[in-house]
Design a protein around this ligand. Sequence first.
Ligand SMILES: [Zn+2]
Length: 195
Amino acid sequence: MTGLRASYDVLPRELYLKAGKGAEILYWDKNTKFCGVCGAPMKLHTDISKRCTNCGKEVWPQLATAIIVLVRRGDSILLVHAHNLRGKYYGLVAGFVETGETLEECVRRELMEETGVRVENIRYFGSQPWPYPCGLMIGFYADYVEGDLHLQRSEIAYGGWFNRDKLPDIPGKVSMARMLIDAWLEGRLAEGCGG
Ligand SMILES: [Zn+2]
């Protein structure tokens, strides 16, 4: 037996995704025992919805949407160690999307808040379920424009610009951060277009 995150390295992708979905549904079930409107017990209505036994309020599993972004500056990329990362490795700037915000606005806000860096050419890279416990991770890459690095100490322990010859320890292959970094290393990200 192994934890869900570690299972990525041994399970076929399809099974890893199924296990993740299972974990998310169990988390949702545990956290929706009672109605948020009237407090009565909730009852399973369909495979992925519940209905309140008193007022009829329906609920579905909710996703916490987060962005993660690789920032390029010349031959370097921006890597940070957030306090919530386990281990000593460096990752990419990431954060939860706020209510009423577009994904691009979230990318700009998180970068400004956590690092003081402004970017352009924000481009979509890909997305992945992130069942820890109920996330959807949306990956972007962007080009540095301006701003000295000011790390937000409440969120980021340390960080900096790194080129490919001097990369520190980076996240495991399960993560979107690693997929972005690998794509950059292998030259699979589109060049900036100045727009
Ligand atoms: Zn109710």
